[in-house]
Design a protein around this ligand. Structure first.
Ligand code: ARG
Length: 523
């Protein structure tokens, strides 16, 4: 390696012009191998695409290309099988790959870095890593949606109070409540899918920032990587971290949703609510109080949302104020994204187990529908339907609530004489009293998206359809063409078909540049 050639002891990709070792304090502080080793497989895939492109364009001759491709392929196989440990004294994973390759195949390995810099190398590896992780996270999110949906299916008719300001507000169905969480998580899956798409712009070939004087073909590299397009600007390619920020936002918002779900699990399983019990497999005990059953997994889930929000903020603040193009500050993006994806995927799983292990207490929920005049709004709505302006109906209902309070009865238990006096517009007193029962209120709230069982059944169908569509997207994900060629041992074969034109725009709906062939002399 050039470091050794330059007379320095530590293997480095540079050092020809240096005559002293880096201070160990600096070395330890600046190395990224201790964490970016996680990019090894993705980086090797990027290396394979680069090497194959160099071969196809004739920048690197067949013999060297053959050695490089089979060397990289062997390393990739062993890294994935856990047979080749990624670690040691190298500065970063990129240095590790090149040193290891050159040790294994000899001097040909020293040609791999032609028309490439670690700046485009790190970006392409990180993008590939993000795409794979986004797929895993989407899969975990969909399982959580499925768990909420199957609980919901069993509780289409189960009534409980809905809350605003943490005060009992109006009756709702348990399915409606659970599905509200399911919709959030479905939206999270959608955002993660978008982050997958944003990461589908290949920076490979941008070099340090100025592309290359070699006759390279970045569009072909993008195609080999199964990406949607190549960067349209070499400076943007290495300076851009939008894909990281978007993924972090998707993860952070998902964690915020999971935290709200966790908070409700904590509340509902408290003695004060008693709406649900957690099965033992999803709870923990106290070291001192033998009677305790704590919803600790839910609390930890709630707690973990903070760090992922922190990951997002940390990357935004890191990139803010950086002059174009690459700056070493950007090395700080790695641990944030690793942490965010590790946390969000594990958290989807935990939220799912919590959901599956909740045993609901229908009676406790039904009991909570009493004692708070929870159908008062229904009375105001009935008055409004009978022609009373809603604002007056609201006031009049207030008087009815007061009367029920004085008598110590529910609204639906008021004597006919009170109704005659307070709501003369509605003559069918029996019908009115029946309409003020919580189950009647629920049945009446059948506006689009409402909690009425019939509407909730439709919602269940809609979520089912969306789940199927998201699953289809996941199933349609194919490994990059270069990775398939690696698996088939056909890296040097004449044909490696690409994935064809992008099916999804990258820059935003409708304005994708799409894969393009370079024009200027094809260089
Ligand atoms: N380890 C760096 C990162 O993760 C990649 C190296 C970038 N190039 C350089 N000259 N230091 O961002």
């Amino acid at each position: 390696m050039s470091g050794k050639a330059g007379g320095l002891a530590t293997p480095r990709l540079w050092g020809g012009a240096f005559d002293a070792e880096v201070d160990p304090v600096i070395d330890a502080y600046t190395r990224s191998l201790p964490f970016d080793h996680r990019l090894a497989a993705a980086d090797l895939v990027g290396c394979l695409a680069h090497a194959r492109m160099l071969f196809e364009t004739g920048v690197v001759a067949r013999d060297s290309a053959a050695a490089i491709l089979s060397g990289l392929s062997s390393m990739l196989r062993r890294v994935e099988a856990g047979e080749l440990e990624v670690g040691g004294v190298d500065e970063d994973v990129h240095t590790w790959i090149e040193r290891q390759l050159t040790e294994e195949i000899g001097d040909a390995g020293r040609r791999l870095h032609t028309a490439r810099s670690r700046n485009d190398q790190t970006a392409v590896a990180f993008r590939l890593w993000q795409r794979a992780e986004a797929e895993r996270a989407v899969a975990a999110a969909l399982e959580l949606v499925e768990a909420l949906l199957s609980q919901g299916r069993q509780h289409v008719d189960t009534a409980l109070p809905g809350y605003t300001h943490m005060q009992r507000a109006q009756p709702t169905t348990l399915a409606q409540h659970l599905l509200a969480h399911a919709w959030s998580v479905l939206a999270d899956a959608g955002r993660l899918r978008l982050a997958h798409r944003t990461a589908g712009l290949s920076p490979l070939g941008a070099g340090a920032m100025a592309g290359s004087p070699h006759r390279i073909d970045p569009v072909r590299s993008a195609e080999l990587l199964g990406m949607d397009a190549a960067y349209p600007n070499s400076m943007w390619a290495v300076a851009d971290r939008d894909y990281v920020a978007e993924a972090l936002f998707a993860c952070a918002l998902a964690m915020v949703h999971l935290s709200r779900w966790a908070e409700e699990v904590v509340l509902w399983t408290s003695s004060e609510f008693s709406f649900a019990r957690l099965q033992d497999r999803a709870a923990k005990g106290s070291s001192i109080m033998p009677q305790k059953k704590n919803p600790e997994p839910a609390e930890i889930l709630r707690g973990k949302s903070g760090r992922v929000v922190g990951d997002l903020v940390s990357v935004l603040v890191t990139v803010k104020g950086l002059p174009l193009t690459y700056n070493s500050d950007m090395q700080e993006d790695k641990e944030a994204l690793f942490d965010a994806f590790d946390t969000v995927t594990a958290s989807f799983d935990v939220a799912r187990v919590l959901g599956e292990s909740l045993e609901f207490d229908r009676e406790a929920m039904a009991a909570a529908l009493e004692g708070s005049y929870i159908t008062a709004t229904d009375l105001a709505d009935l008055l409004a339907a009978a022609g009373v302006p809603f604002r007056s109906a609201h006031e009049r209902t207030g008087a009815v609530v007061r009367a029920a309070g004085e008598r110590g009865v529910e609204l639906w238990q008021l004597p006919a004489s009170d109704l005659e006096e307070l709501v003369p517009e509605i003559e069918d007193r029996e019908g009115l009293l029946a309409a003020l029962r919580p189950d009647a209120s629920l049945a009446a709230h059948r506006s689009y998206g409402g909690p009425a069982p019939e509407r909730v059944r439709e919602q269940i169908e809609e979520i089912d359809e969306r789940l199927a569509a998201e699953r289809q997207w996941l199933e349609a994900r194919k490994p990059p063409p270069i990775y398939r060629a690696h698996l088939d041992g056909r890296l040097l074969a004449e044909e490696i078909p690409g994935t064809g034109p992008a099916d999804t725009p990258v820059l935003g709906d409708g304005d994708s540049p799409g894969p393009r062939r370079p024009k200027v002399g094809d260089a």
